[in-house]
Ligand binder design. Structure first.
Ligand code: ADP
Length: 188
């Protein structure tokens, strides 16, 4: 299965992604984690990305697409993967579609975690990541609305989108994700 997990910061993508990849036995490809790893390693790419991440902005498309392209070439991605935090812009989605075409593959499903904004802010303020300050949170939510939410229509038009209510306990949300996956496999 090739799956994209979509949703605003604070929607619970990380938690749910971990459960999905454990169950489905596919690699978890989180661009946020890849970028943070690059930063920790002090690589040139990582340092370049850091300035954007610290202010809540998106890292330039070419940089992220390059990282994903490299990652998809690795052996463990041959039988599927879960993309978490990518694509985040329409140009990234177009690039992903090209990367998939080059490999003669397609996405199976795009899962959206939908959570109300007040709840997102509450959750993000509880989290203790260095880029989770009140200013960057507001900025990241705006960036999501402006640059990422158009992907909902993008994928819905292509018949790939399943929207899931991301509120409730992690177990409840996971149950809904499993149902969406089940429905998808019933229809194919
Ligand atoms: P969150 O879900 O809280 O936004 P992530 O770990 O997915 O956290 O991303 C953290 C930061 O990494 C983002 O704010 C952005 O600066 C950068 N980033 C991650 N993925 C992408 C991407 N696909 N395109 C551009 N920037 C990205």
């Amino acid at each position: 299965m090739r799956i994209v997990l979509l949703g605003p910061p604070g929607a619970g993508k990380g938690t749910q992604a971990q459960r999905l990849v454990d169950d489905l036995q596919i690699p978890h490809l989180s661009t946020g984690e890849m970028l943070r790893a690059g930063q920790d390693a002090g690589s040139e790419l990582g340092l370049m990305a850091a300035q954007y991440m610290e202010s809540g902005q998106l890292v330039p498309d070419e940089l992220v697409v390059g990282i994903v392209d490299q990652r998809l070439q690795q052996q463990d991605c041959q039988n599927g993967y879960l993309l978490d935090g990518f694509p985040r812009t329409v140009p990234q989605a177009d690039s992903l579609s090209e990367l998939l075409q080059q490999r003669s593959t397609k996405l199976d499903l795009v899962l959206e975690l939908n959570v109300a904004e007040e709840e997102l802010i509450k959750r993000l303020l509880q989290r203790k990541r260095p880029d989770d300050t009140r200013e960057t949170i507001t900025e990241r939510l705006q960036v999501y609305q402006k640059q990422t939410s158009p992907l909902l229509e993008y994928y819905s038009t292509r018949g790939l989108l399943a929207s899931i209510v991301g509120q409730g306990t992690p177990d409840e949300v996971y149950e809904r994700l499993r149902e969406a996956l089940q429905q998808h496999s019933d229809n194919t």
